[in-house]
Design a protein around this ligand. Sequence first.
Ligand code: HEM
Length: 532
Amino acid sequence: METQNQNGNGHQTNGQSSQEDQTLTTRQGHPISNNQSVRTVGSRGPTTLENYQFIEKITHFDRERIPERVVHARGAGAHGYFEAYGTAGDEPVSKYTRAKLFQQKGKKTPVFVRFSSVIHGGHSPETLRDPRGFAVKFYTEDGNWDLVGNNLKVFFIRDAMKFPDLVHAFKPDPVTNRQDGERIFDFISNTPEAMHMITFLFSPWGIPANYRQMQGSGVNTYKWVNEAGEGVLVKYHWEPKQGIKNLTQEQAEQIQGKNFNHATQDLYDAIERGDFPEWELFVQIMSDDDHPELDFDPLDDTKLWPTDQFPFLPVGRMVLDKNPVNYFAEVEQAAFGTGVLVDGLDFSDDKMLQGRTLSYSDTQRYRVGPNYLQLPINAPKKRVATNQRDGQMTFMVDAAPGQNPHVNYEPSSLGGLKESQKVGPDHTPYVAGNLVRQKLERTNDFKQAGERYRLHEDWERDDLINNLVSTLKPAHKIVQDKMIELFTKCDEDYGRRVAEGLRQGNSEQPVLAETQAEGVRQATEDSQEAQP
Ligand code: HEM
């Protein structure tokens, strides 16, 4: 009977010929007859330098860790498939995109998904207030497509230039090595576009109960391109069949006291018992222009597209039905990126998306190595034929069958690789303008944040206010006042409740409290005037 090996594929590796042979060897294939003792002069030592077997073992161990992801370090993954509906709502999907994976009803494409939390390290608790990553790799017949999303549908900032500052403010303080609400809100109070995201993040939506019961979203605006080369703007949304469940701060703390791996465990256990989680994929579509009739810019990822004008169109479903067999090889070394698109999918001019597209493969060349795409989890499940050669850890030549092995360049008349046939007309939007460093014109930072505040259920709003007050309480008054001003611009009640919460907290320090109360009153009055 064939047994499964570490790769889960039933094949023997490293030249072991017999399936019964369980002999421990070195990576050079040498059998190891003593794995208990280093080689020494007499039983008490000293050890010898030519102790090759020990040196190989310990030096490999010394290199077991690769750099963590700079963000999204804590994660869990699973394999599964995507099944297309062939339609986008009532229309054939081909009206909008020629991407092959969507075309035929019932067509299945294998996927690998990695869920994650963003700020803290690889073994941090999974109960922390943080956006959750929702990254999907589709192994399509045209090569890989990565949809690198989050659970929340909007983001803190709309310009990639600000990403390192955002992350620094949320990461632990460089001196104390502790996450610090004052630093977070010092940055946020000077970044008004973050208010929509903050109104989600400090509510129970900032702590999803687990990975199975959360939504996913591409957040940024992409494009779909059809057979005629025409493009539309598109946003992606994953909706869980398991329903959505979020936690209050108190509920999260109770779980964290007992288990800080609860989300990884929940996903793994559900798949092991055959309770396969499922999500439906929806798109929102908008014509490809700047839509002056809207009070926001379609390329602004701090905004939701109203569903009454841009309805959710179902295009397929995804099922996760297989756990990884090697966490490190499959989950830790998985590399997703926003640049990884297939024919029929394209970039929009969303500045965040364009900034992200450089960042992912750049960090992966450093984090995993320049040949990260040769690893099985990252390689497409189709033939790859490039003229790229060599580099650290390369182990194969990705040539085409029959390719002249001497020709690793193009063009050539001597049997090298050739360009492919064109699939369809290129999408060729016309772009003209002055090179500038400017914000989008329609910032409208507070309207949707206020709507979100009012849309929260009572228990969500109460939790939001409690979490904001407790995080802001130790912060400097300048930061508190600026935040109250921003909350008030979103919704008067929002600002009032945070201000009251802070005033109550500060009444234990009478002198400060009086000054602060005045500052709060002043800030609230100012911001009411400034409301649109
Ligand atoms: C991971 C950069 C915004 C979702 C990462 C990583 C980097 C990065 C460097 C680590 C990748 C790795 O080591 O493999 C950026 C930059 C952004 C940005 C520069 C803005 C300019 C976003 C946004 C989202 C997002 C808006 C949500 C749509 C993710 C996810 C991961 C990730 C899900 C983890 C992928 C995985 O599981 O391996 N990001 N990011 N990022 N980012 Fe972003």
